[in-house]
Write a new protein. Structure first.
Length: 318
C-alpha cells in the first residue's frame, strides 16, 4: 500500500494508490493516531508513505509515522509537481496533490526518511530558530548601516534599531547556551560533537547543524551521503554533447554550514587546503573547487562518525 499525504496547517488529506476514495484528518496528535489506525484497518501492509516538505509542517507527521514504525519519506515539492505534469495532472487541489503523492510513492519509491530522536528534533528546532535570528540580525545591521550613510534618519529610529540588535544578540547567545547544554548533557551527543569539532575548520555551528539536520551521518556510504546533502555532481550529457556537471537538490541548511566550514578550513586545515589547491592548479573554476572541497569535508566527517575516530593531523598519521 502506497500512501500520499498532503499536509496543510489544519488538516491531512490522504490518498492510497489504487483506492478511489480519499480521507481527511486533523493535523494534530489525535488526528495522526486516527490516520494510522485507519490505514492499518484497510487490510493491506503499508509499504511507503510520502509527504511533501512544507516549511516544517510535515516534521511532526513524519515523526509520528516513525514512532508508529511506518516507513515515510519527505520529498521535494518541485519533484512531485514535475511528476504531476508528466502524468497529465495539471489541476491542483489538496485531494489531487495527495493522489499524486500516492502515485509518486508507487512509481518512484523514494528513500525512507530517517527521523532523529527527541533530542535531535529539539536540537533542530533550536538551530532553525538561531538561523532565523541571525537573518534578522543581519537585516537590522544593514538597516543601521544604511541610516549612517544617508544621515536622514532621526536618532529615535537609530536607537530603535540598536535596541533590537542588542535583543537579537542576547537571544542568539541564550540559544547557543541552550544548545550547548543539550549537547553536553548527553554522553553520546557530546562524543559526536567532539569528534566533528576535532576537524580544523568545523566549529560548534557546523557540528550542531550536522547533528540536527543529518541523523543519517555515519550510517551511509560516501556516495549516498553526498547525494543526500546535495553535493553529488550529476551528468548533463546528451548524444555526443557533454554538458557541465552540477549539484542538485539536497539539504540547503547543511550546505550553507559546510560552505562556511570549508572557507575556514582553507585557512587552517592542511588536508583540505592542499586538496583545494590541487583542484585550482588543474584549472577548476572557483566554485567547482570549493564544492568539491565541501564534499570531501562531508565524506571525511561521515567516515569519522562511522568509525568513531577523531581527526588526525597528517604529520601524526602512520
Amino acid at each position: 500500500m502506497f500512501v500520499g499525504i498532503d499536509v496543510s496547517k489544519e488538516r491531512l488529506d490522504v490518498s492510497v494508490h489504487g483506492h478511489k476514495e480519499s480521507w481527511q484528518f486533523s493535523r494534530d496528535e489525535s488526528g495522526l493516531a486516527r490516520l494510522v489506525d485507519h490505514l492499518r484497518g484497510l487490510g493491506e501492509s503499508i509499504t511507503l508513505v510520502v509527504l511533501e516538505a512544507t516549511g516544517g509542517l510535515e516534521r511532526d507527521v513524519a515523526a509520528g509515522f516513525a514512532v508508529a514504525k511506518i516507513p515515510a519519506a519527505v520529498v521535494n515539492p518541485r519533484q512531485v509537481r514535475d511528476f504531476a505534469r508528466a502524468t497529465g495532472k495539471l489541476a491542483k487541489t489538496d485531494g489531487i496533490d495527495a493522489a499524486v503523492l500516492a502515485h509518486f510513492a508507487e512509481a518512484v519509491r523514494p528513500a525512507v526518511q530517517v527521523v532523529g530522536d527527541e533530542l535531535a528534533q529539539a536540537l533542530e528546532a533550536r538551530i532553525t530558530r538561531r538561523s532565523q535570528l541571525i537573518q534578522m540580525l543581519v537585516a537590522e545591521k544593514n538597516r543601521r548601516a544604511t541610516l549612517l550613510v544617508q544621515r536622514t534618519a532621526s536618532s529615535a529610529m537609530a536607537k530603535s534599531i540598536d535596541v533590537h540588535i542588542r535583543w537579537l544578540e542576547k537571544q542568539i547567545a541564550e540559544l547557543d547556551d541552550d544548545v550547548d547544554k543539550l549537547i553536553r548533557n548527553s554522553p553520546v551527543w557530546r562524543e559526536k560533537d567532539d569528534l566533528l569539532q576535532s576537524v580544523p575548520g568545523v566549529g560548534p555551528v557546523t557540528s550542531r547543524t550536522l547533528l540536527s539536520y543529518v541523523p543519517e551521518l555515519g550510517a551511509l556510504d560516501r556516495k549516498k551521503i553526498a547525494a543526500l546533502i546535495g553535493l553529488a555532481p550529476y551528468n548533463r550529457d546528451s548524444g555526443q554533447g557533454v554538458g557541465r556537471r552540477a549539484i542538485w537538490g539536497g539539504r540547503a541548511e547543511v550546505r550553507s554550514a559546510l560552505y562556511m566550514a570549508t572557507m575556514a578550513a582553507l585557512r587552517c586545515n592542511p588536508v583540505l587546503r592542499t586538496f583545494h589547491a590541487r583542484l585550482k592548479a588543474a584549472g577548476k573554476a572557483r566554485m567547482v573547487a570549493i564544492t568539491a572541497t565541501m564534499r570531501k569535508l562531508l565524506i571525511t566527517l561521515n567516515a569519522m562518525l562511522r568509525d568513531c575516530v577523531p581527526w588526525t593531523p597528517p604529520a601524526l598519521k602512520a
